[in-house]
Design a protein around this ligand. Structure first.
Ligand code: GLV
Length: 311
């Protein structure tokens, strides 16, 4: 059986992935060959696609595909391909190390918003020595949208340093004894947002969550709130976000994801004084852990985990 590494990777990323995967395959599935897009492989021999958001239609060209293994945790773009081969399971990366990295990014962003460190960075650029008032963590309410692997890890990390943490999901979740106050459904959102100092978005992108963070959502926040988007750009109506920043409703936004990536050079977010831009780097897949799945498949010690999301 052959494997195809397919999708959006730049040359350096592709070579890094190829090296890790090839080493894992040599131990786990000797004889299996690993191919990359653009090479002259036999499409009928490909049984597994290692997928980094391949363009729609590419997987359809592999007639004997048995499994699609996403390199990434979010599979919204894979699932949006109308030509996905029916019956072929799609698994996504589920890695506690990735959830921990996401929780670190959420914690950094919330701390910086709560303590006004972004404002101090702006003042440094102006050589302005000016102290602002300081609040305790337990005076700050953080709402985490989405309580999947990453959302829960972030919510628990924030709770562990003393923030008042609320979690919101579209559908109700069973209660848990972990300090996170759970809310569910669209009706719960306005009151929850009105009480939130910071909102951290870690929702999956689905038709129900696309565009959720719009003028109405932002208008429900208290004046001076902070927004941290670590999920998908399409959750946010970018023009509404800019209006909320310029109108003062939002004091700061920390954005890791955008409607168009890489963020175009002329985009207003790059230059906005109260937007912090990250290059979709809040939690990266570690190729060694993904390759560990292949070792596991061959009986070796697996280091990552995967989860079936579609079949
Ligand atoms: C990153 O956004 C991922 O889906 O892994």
């Amino acid at each position: 059986m052959d494997l195809l590494l397919t999708g959006e990777l730049d040359a350096a990323e592709r070579e890094r992935w190829r090296a890790e995967l090839a080493a894992a395959l040599a131990g786990a599935l000797p004889g299996a060959r690993l191919w990359c897009d653009g090479e002259s492989f036999d499409a009928a021999a490909i049984g597994v696609a290692l997928a980094a958001n391949p363009p729609p239609g590419r997987l359809q060209r592999l007639p004997n595909l048995k499994l699609v293994h996403s390199l990434w945790a979010g599979v919204d773009r894979l699932l949006a391909d109308p030509t996905l081969p029916p019956g072929v399971p799609i698994v996504r990366m589920v890695d506690p190390a990735m959830s921990a990295a996401m929780a670190e990014t959420a914690l950094w962003a919330v701390l910086a918003l709560h303590r006004g460190f972004f404002a101090y960075a702006r003042r440094q650029r102006e050589r302005r020595w000016q102290v602002h008032a300081q609040k305790r963590a337990d005076e700050i309410t953080v709402t985490v949208l989405g309580l999947g692997q990453m959302g829960l890890a972030a919510a628990r990390r924030l709770d562990s340093v003393g923030y008042r943490v609320a979690g919101w999901t579209l559908q109700p979740r069973p209660p848990a004894d972990d300090g996170i106050v759970r809310h569910a459904g669209a009706d719960a959102l306005p009151a929850l947002l009105a009480a939130s100092d910071v909102v951290v978005n870690l929702l999956p992108l689905t038709p129900a969550t696309r565009g959720l963070i719009d003028a109405r959502f932002l208008g429900a926040l208290p004046l001076g709130a902070g927004l941290v988007n670590l999920a998908r750009g399409a959750h946010v109506v970018e023009a509404d976000l800019l209006a909320a920043l310029d109108g003062g409703r939002l004091r700061d936004a920390v954005l890791d994801v955008f409607a168009v990536e890489p963020l175009p050079a002329g985009h207003a977010f790059w230059r906005h004084p109260r937007v912090t831009v990250l290059p979709h780097a809040a939690a990266l897949t570690d190729p060694r852990r993904h390759a560990g799945l292949l070792s596991a498949a061959g009986g070796g010690a697996g280091r990552g985990q995967s989860s079936i999301v579609h079949s």
